[in-house]
Design a protein around this ligand. Structure first.
Ligand code: 26W
Length: 809
């Protein structure tokens, strides 16, 4: 973009005056951030208007990505990079005495997601805009994002994330595009000569108001839209009439019940709970999104049959699966289509990604809840269910299959089965995960409709996770292989020629050291813990969950510590173990794990007898922004989930792209990473998914056996309960119980030995500086295929059938 420095400075000062009512001298950093955001927003909105106009004129197919979560992080810096004006802006602000990096810091993270699924949605939007793909997001504008985590007395404490408190510069409220969403009430059927009518009465109306956020493409003219819906009371007179009748309380209650819908993001990932409010959230944004898409379609097109040629609706896990019956409802009840026509259109429009095979994460809604909250949707789900059962029975006469695919069973609606039935494509997010979908959780559907199933391995945007967060490394890469990788990240493979180049290695080491220094400084300032940049930065950051096995890492640290206590001269490479991640507020074991890490950290960090050879740090409030500091500084990436449990993982890709070496199990995308880098540039250990399945199916695993036969394991487990942690004698017994009396569901003890050996290998490899550098560089070289650009183009070609649309300036 052409950048006129003097004009920019004027516009910026003008914004300070008009928005904040302030002169440059008076303005705080936050005021300056808001003014800068508003200035850049104006630049963006020109391109945005152009993009929308050109999409409209060309009337090409567009895709809408429905997701309950979009974990965007901060946008200012990324927008400046994408617009190609960051350095110009920095220089201009400097002339005004302003440090751009402070303004960048001042932006609140948009933390509208729990973890991988929400961040994936954000990476995908970034890639679609970069690749000229007409793709947009549809979600909820939560007033409170994922809670802020504080560690108090070693414990996790949750605080509300009031991210909107100072206003949000990137959003545009669009009240004129509001739509109504209807809950409760009853449906009456009117039989007419040629059709049935369904009338929904006595419902509670809710107004869905969209807020649009521009999604800026990298160095192009594309600006796509993320539309987030906010719930507001539908009719003023609804309040007023109640008020007139003196029913003031009812009016206020109505307002509250409506506003609750978009108030807060559910902080649970992987644990499904049948909560009415969550069901309301799901229907709320799905209905609003579809209504706005259809009304747009109607303005441009005549025939509903053409909808799948113009629109793709993608559902990010089952959370938006009500899109299927809702699209049916809109086509039949609002537009007058018959069932068969509507079904053909719906099942040619909707596609579905599954993100988890954990049974406790699969959504099933109680029939009674759906029936009363969404009476018409319930009728449609019943009909889908009955027709599915009928078809399967006719075709196969197989009761077992019928039971397996039944959408309604035991008083519950199985959302994954509804999603598969109503979608033309079902994909997993890594090779192994897709295999498991085919062979296990959707085996019945797969035997019946194998063509629906496909794999789309996850990706991450290299613009945020390399160009933005690790500028020094990005520069080294460009200096070495030139800059084509920025547009074509698979070109990173060119780096392979330089993995043994001494100068490149040396520069890489220096960059890693500087990134480690930045993190060390942060740790020192925040926690008063001194960590050495000569130590291995061994990083385990992600949601805290039993299947992700933070506890395996912790037990191994305890084991190292025990050895060092016995032999303080033991020559290991000093290590800094860095943890971060949030536990769901109601997930007791996960919270105990956080406490264990913090208590252990205190003991180890204060024990001078081990001469600083081990350090343990728990970084509170892990977030996108914190990840951007941590990932570039990592030497070792911990990806140690129980095989078969982690659908893909995307942190693994971020670390790899920043030159960390993975220690991991044969799970999720670790396998794809191993296939890419080869066996010698990754450290793999542990049970395979098949071995895990076999143990579950045939038994034969006894945690006590391992406890009794491996003195190292016995010792660390005993330490959980024998007073090793003097102030928490009984505190960690639940962790102990899960590992022993409850027979270690996640095979922590079984994999301990392999993990310990793998860590020894890491230690050895790290001693060879050149060898290590060459491994790190090989990881970077092979990381291009894990760019979400590859992922976006695979979805576009393989599922959505959308083409790039170059926006002219
Ligand atoms: C409360 C119900 C619930 C259930 C599942 C909420 C959220 C979920 C998500 C599916 C959890 C999630 O984020 N899954 C992760 O998705 C990533 C992106 O595909 C994968 O990389 C992770 O392996 C997977 O755990």
């Amino acid at each position: 973009m052409y950048f006129d420095k003097e004009r920019f400075k004027e516009e910026f000062i003008q914004k300070l005056q008009s928005m904040q009512g302030m002169s440059l001298e008076e303005a705080s950093v936050n005021d300056q951030y808001l003014a800068l955001g508003a200035t850049i927003r104006d630049y963006i909105s020109r391109k945005w208007i152009q993009t929308k106009r050109q999409y409209q004129e060309k009337n090409d197919k567009q895709i809408y990505y429905f997701s309950m979560e979009f974990l965007l992080g901060k946008l200012l810096d990324m927008n400046l990079i994408n617009m190609g004006i960051r350095e110009e802006c920095r220089a201009a602000l400097q002339e005004l005495g302003i440090d751009l990096s402070l303004l960048i810091e001042a932006e609140p993270d948009a933390g509208l997601g729990n973890g991988g699924l929400g961040r994936l949605a954000a990476c995908l939007l970034d890639s679609m805009a970069a690749m000229h793909l007409p793709g947009h997001g549809c979600g909820i504008r939560y007033k409170y994002g994922l809670f802020e985590q504080k560690i108090v007395d070693h414990h996790q404490v949750e605080l509300p994330d009031n991210w909107l408190k100072d206003g949000y510069v990137w959003e545009y409220r669009r009240p004129e595009k509001s739509v109504e969403v209807r809950f409760w009430g009853r449906v009456t059927q009117i039989v007419q000569p040629d059709k049935w009518l369904f009338i929904h009465e006595d419902y509670e109306p809710v107004l869905a108001v969209p807020y649009d956020i521009p999604m800026v493409g990298y160095h192009n003219n594309t600006v796509n839209t993320l539309r987030l819906w906010s719930a507001e009371p539908a009719q003023l007179d609804f309040d007023l009439s109640s008020f007139n009748r003196g029913d003031y309380i009812r009016a206020v209650e109505y307002r509250h019940s409506v506003e609750r819908i978009s108030k807060i993001l559910y902080p649970d990932d992987t644990h499904y709970e049948g909560r009415l409010l969550r069901l309301k959230q799901q229907y709320f944004f799905v209905s609003a999104g579809l209504q706005s898409i259809l009304s747009d379609y109607k303005r441009k097109n005549r025939l509903w049959q053409g909808l799948p040629d113009k629109i793709s609706v993608h559902i990010n896990d089952t959370h938006p699966a009500l899109a299927i019956p809702e699209l049916m409802r809109l086509l039949m009840d609002e537009e007058g289509l018959g069932w068969d026509e509507a079904w053909t259109i719906t099942t040619s429009t909707v596609s579905y990604t599954n993100h988890t095979t954990l049974p406790e994460a699969l959504e099933r809604w109680p029939v009674d809840m759906v029936k009363s909250l969404l009476p018409r949707i319930y009728m449609i789900i019943c009909e889908i269910h009955e027709r599915l059962c009928y078809t399967i029975w006719e075709q196969t006469k197989n009761w077992d299959l019928l039971r397996e695919i039944s959408i309604i069973a035991d008083g519950e609606i199985h959302m994954a089965r509804l999603a598969v039935t109503g979608s033309y494509s079902v994909n997993g997010v890594a090779q192994l995960h897709t295999d498991i979908l085919r062979k296990n959780i959707f085996a019945g559907f797969h035997s019946w409709q194998p063509y629906k199933f496909n794999n789309k391995t996850n990706g991450i945007t290299h613009r945020r996770w390399l160009i933005k967060s690790n500028p020094l490394l990005a520069k080294l890469i460009t200096d070495t292989i030139d800059g084509s990788w920025i547009k074509y990240p698979w070109d990173l493979i060119q780096l392979l020629r330089y993995t043994d180049d001494e100068e490149v290695q040396q520069r890489f080491c220096e960059i890693k050291r500087r990134n480690k220094e930045a993190l060390a400084k942060f740790i020192k300032n925040k926690y008063q813990i001194a960590v050495s940049t000569d130590s291995i930065f061994d990083v385990h950051v992600k949601r805290i969950h039993a299947y992700k096995r933070q506890i395996l890492n912790v037990l191994h640290i305890m084991h190292l510590y025990n050895q060092l206590k016995e032999n303080p001269d033991w020559d290991i490479v000093p290590r800094t173990f860095i943890f971060g991640g949030k536990a769901a507020p109601g997930y007791y074991i996960a919270k105990q794990t956080i406490k264990l890490i913090n208590v252990l950290a205190e003991i180890i960090n204060h024990d001078n007898s081990i001469q600083g050879k081990l350090k343990v740090v728990f970084l509170e409030n892990y977030s996108v922004s914190l990840a951007e500091l941590v990932v570039p500084a990592a030497d070792v990436s911990e990806q140690i989930s129980t095989a078969s449990k982690e659908a893909s993982g995307t942190g693994n890709m971020k670390f790899m792209m920043n030159g960390a070496v993975t220690i991991g199990t044969m799970d999720g995308a670790n396998i794809d990473i191993k296939n890419a880098v080869g066996d010698s540039d990754i450290v793999i250990f542990g049970l395979t998914a098949q071995q895990v399945f076999d143990y579950y199916a045939f038994g034969g695993y006894n945690a006590w056996d391992i406890y009794h036969n491996d003195s190292r394991i016995k010792r660390v487990l005993d330490e959980l309960i024998n007073g090793f942690f003097p102030n928490e004698k009984e505190e960690f017994r639940p962790l102990y119980n899960d590992l022993l009396p409850n027979n270690d569901e996640y095979f922590v003890l079984k994999d301990f030995s392999g993990y310990s050996e793998a860590q020894r290998i890491v230690d050895n490899k790290f001693r060879n500086k050149q060898g290590w550098c060459s491994m790190a560089l090989a990881n970077i070289a092979h990381s291009g295929i894990f760019s979400s650009d590859r992922m976006a183009s695979e979805y576009s070609v393989g599922i959505w059938k959308i083409k790039p649309h170059i926006i002219t300036g």
